[in-house]
Design a protein. Structure first.
Length: 436
């Protein structure tokens, strides 16, 4: 009884976990700052530079199932603490990577950091939905995702200029230097990431200790739903709306990450914004901040408008914005790209909720498949990078354009439910995206 009375209330626990959503959102968005920075430090092309996102989001694909197994064994609270510690280790590895400096060690640090964030995703998303009444789970998750978007807005704004503190030189300027000058320049540029990431590592460790000491409900029993059935992944994929939804998450996350990854370099182009990399990093706040604002607007609109139609509409607007940025120059091209964030806002939660609708006992397997599909953030930016090296950064936006065209199709056709209710599911489910 005493132990129960000392446990935090659900609202207090939600506040603690929402802080974690904020933190991992910010850490993820810092990749968009690292990309132009490390591109200059190691004189790489776009394909080589996009290995940053390939490594980071590849961890989601490789580590989501091991993370799920760990959470099932130790519970949600312990899983969150372990995830924070692993992420802190990854952030600390930026110090030796910068001291060498070594691009492979940077990628290793990113993989460890992303593995910790994957564990946080697997543990925190279902955990926050269980902290309260089932009928209000959408509200809690939307709030947490809005704070996640706040992190993606604030981190590039505050930490980005610390990383991009010096003038980033072009490949021609670096080539004109002597060998000793090149080494000195690259060493100085690489070391600008040391202090920001050591501070982040310390903050993650403090947050881990904070969560460990705070008596939030462990909810371990909620992870023990019964013995695993190995064929249920295939069984879940037999549901068409989930199958197309997995591809929808792959395409959406890949497109969102690809656009964010190229924005700083894109805005630095003389024909687009002509900004320095440090100045351009501040404009990322409009891209990620738009996603935060749009999430609140979208949540309100979904009480009146069908979520699937709204998803299709948002995808169509993004396609128009992409065509605009590909065919114009100057401020029109720059702001049409930044405005995409506003319409991205509703896409992930809407695709996710429509994909798992009425899956009943298959829902946990379906959720794992959807988290694995975040690997789109590894592959699609790499494809856009390869194309940018061939035809230029502006025309390479055709890659996310194709992805958003699929999102339109999924919203209007692919997300429709077919046949009878799957085994173990409730015959009546709330409209996806509706607030309760």
């Amino acid at each position: 009884m005493n132990r129960q009375s000392s446990t935090l209330s659900n609202p207090a626990a939600i506040a603690v976990v929402s802080l974690i959503f904020f933190t991992w959102g910010g850490l993820t968005s810092l990749n968009d700052v690292l990309i132009p920075h490390l591109k200059a430090v190691f004189s790489m092309n776009y394909t080589q530079t996009m290995l940053i996102q390939f490594t980071f989001f590849g961890a989601y694909f490789l580590m989501s199932m091991p993370a799920g197994a760990l959470v099932a064994r130790v519970g949600y609270k312990a899983g969150i603490v372990i995830g924070l510690v692993v992420a802190a280790v990854g952030a600390a590895l930026f110090y030796p990577a910068a001291r060498m400096p070594s691009y492979p060690v940077f990628l290793t640090a990113l993989f460890v950091l992303a593995s910790g964030i994957t564990l946080l995703q697997v543990a925190a998303n279902p955990y926050i939905s269980l902290l309260g009444r089932p009928e209000t789970s959408h509200s809690r998750l939307n709030l947490a995702q809005a704070l996640n978007s706040l992190g993606t807005t604030v981190f590039p704004l505050l930490i980005g200029p610390l990383i991009l503190v010096g003038a980033v030189l072009g490949a021609d300027e670096i080539a004109a230097m002597g060998a000793a000058e090149q080494m000195a320049y690259r060493a100085a540029e690489a070391r600008s990431v040391e202090m920001p990431y050591l501070m982040l590592s310390g903050a993650l460790l403090l947050l881990a200790v904070f969560v460990l000491l705070m008596r939030i409900p462990s909810l371990r029993e909620a992870t023990e739903a019964g013995p695993a059935v190995y064929h249920t992944y295939l069984e879940a994929l037999r549901q068409p709306h989930l199958r197309w939804g997995v591809l929808g998450i792959f395409c959406y996350v890949g497109a969102e990450v690809a656009i964010g990854s190229f924005l700083i370099n894109y805005m630095a182009e003389p024909s687009i914004g002509g900004l320095s990399e440090a100045e351009a990093s501040r404009f990322l706040a409009f891209y990620w901040g738009g996603a935060m604002v749009g999430r609140f607007i979208g949540a309100a609109l979904m009480t009146r408008i069908d979520a699937r139609r709204l998803l299709g509409f948002a995808g169509a607007v993004v396609c128009v914005l992409l065509v605009t940025t590909m065919t114009t120059t100057g401020s029109v091209a720059m702001w049409s790209a930044l405005a995409i964030g506003l319409f991205n806002s509703i896409m992930f939660p809407t695709i996710f909720t429509t994909a798992i609708e009425r899956l009943g006992t298959l829902t946990s397997k379906a959720s794992s498949l959807l988290v694995m599909a975040i690997v789109g953030g590894a592959l699609i930016p790499l494809a856009q990078g390869a194309l940018a090296d061939r035809i230029g950064i502006q025309l390479a936006f055709v890659v996310p354009l194709v992805c958003y065209a699929y999102v339109i199709w999924y919203g209007l056709r692919g997300s429709r439910l077919h046949g009878s209710t799957p085994v173990g599911a409730s015959p009546v489910a709330p409209r996806p995206g509706a607030m309760h």
